[in-house]
Every structure is written in C-alpha cells, then in structure tokens.
Design a protein around this ligand. Sequence first.
Ligand code: FPP
Length: 246
Amino acid sequence: MTSQAADSPAVPNFDRVPRHVAIIMDGNGRWAKNRKLPRIEGHRQGTKSVEAAIKAARELGVEYLTLYAFSVENWNRPALEVKSLMLLLMESLKRYAEELSENQIALKAIGRLDDLPENVREQIKITEQKTARNAKMTLLLALSYGGRVELVEGVRKLALMVKSGKLQPEQIDETLIANSLYTTGIPDPDLLIRTSGEMRLSNFLPWQTIYTELYVTPTLWPDFGREDFFAAVSEYNKRERRFGGV
Ligand code: FPP
C-alpha cells in the first residue's frame, strides 16, 4: 500500500473521480470453497483486496472509501467464523495503522460498535486516534453495520430532542435526518461496487445511496485488485448522472 510497485501500470487519468466510493466486499466464502479451503482463508485473502482497494482509491484521489466489513446480520454466522473475522480485523487494524498515516488516510468506524469485542473496539479507537488528522482520504469501516438499525438509532436521537423540547417535529427535514446517522458530514457515495455478482444492497447505506451509481462485478472479492477498482471508476465515468432531472 505504501509505494507503487515498479511494475504497477500507471494510474488512469479520469475526467471524474468519485468523491466517495462504497464497496460491498462479497464472495470470500465462495473463493475459499472453490479451492476447498476453509472460509476464513477467503477472508484472509480478502484483506489483500482491501489493501489494493485502499491503495487504488488513494491513487485516484477518492476522498472517502467505505468498506462493508461486517454487517449486523453477520453475527448469525458460525461462532468460529465470527471469531476468526474479528481476529483478522484486529490484525489488519494493527498492521495498517502506520501505513494509513504514511498515506495520509484517516480511519473511522461506523456501525453498532458497542457490539464488538472489547479488544477490537480498543484497537479501532487507537487507530482512529492515530490517524485522525490525516486529511487526504477517509477510510470508513462499516462494522456491525445495518442500514435500518442506523435509521432507528437516528430516529431515536431526534425523538429525544423533540421530547426534551429542543426540536419541533416540523423542523425535522432531510438534513437533520442525515445528520443523525453515522455518516454525518460525509457526502453520499457516488459509486457503489459490489463483488461476486449479487444484485442487492444487503442493508448497506439505504439512506445515503438513493442516487449512487451501482457497479456489480462477478469477480469474487479476494480476486478484486487495483485494476478492477480502476475498471469500476472507468464505468462510472461513462454514466450520466441526472439526479432525477432530465
Ligand atoms: C463477504 O464474503 C465478506 C465478509 C462478510 C467479510 C469481509 C471481510 C474482509 C474482507 C476481511 C477483513 C476486513 C478488513 C477491513 C481488514 P462472504 O463470506 O459472504 O462470501 P460468500 O458470499 O461467498 O459466502
């Protein structure tokens, strides 16, 4: 992630670079199954694709990269897989901390972070603090994230403000709702990439993605590299964004 390998092809020069790219990293399990490996090997390989995506985004000048690393629904997976994923996350956070800073990238976790094991929460806090002043890009890690739960929590915050008299129901508008979410202050994603061919949003950023361009590739996440990221941005450049206009 630190430096471009000597044989890496040049960074393409796009007319439009999306400010915010969000990724549903899917297909780790299938990648492992195809090789008769345990699922966790797919996730482990997936961390390499995470690095490649961060690097590619940074090279292009993307300002925000949001990765769907663990959903609220993922808690229903076998305990061993959940435990291994948490371990992998811990390892990666420790490993990335320095590289993120070298590349001027700030880390921010979004989701029901209280659900995470204490040591993971602690590591997130440390990495967030260490990288907080990095201004070139923000890496948002969605952890124990669920779009509906995010909205429920936001609605509760607003309801409490109404109850205490600080807010009138008529004052509730789109800006106030957006500011009650985990992504407050962050522009909506311009491009959403989903790997492994599934055509659904899976409870990922439902409020924020209403005008987001969708890019679905059959490539499984562990096979998704720098060039695939560039291909997604290239496709984005061919799209005409009308935001409901003509
Ligand atoms: C989906 O594949 C992937 C996940 C649920 C986890 C993603 C996690 C990583 C890539 C590794 C750790 C993350 C970071 C940010 C370091 P799947 O298991 O649903 O695949 P399948 O649909 O083929 O079974």
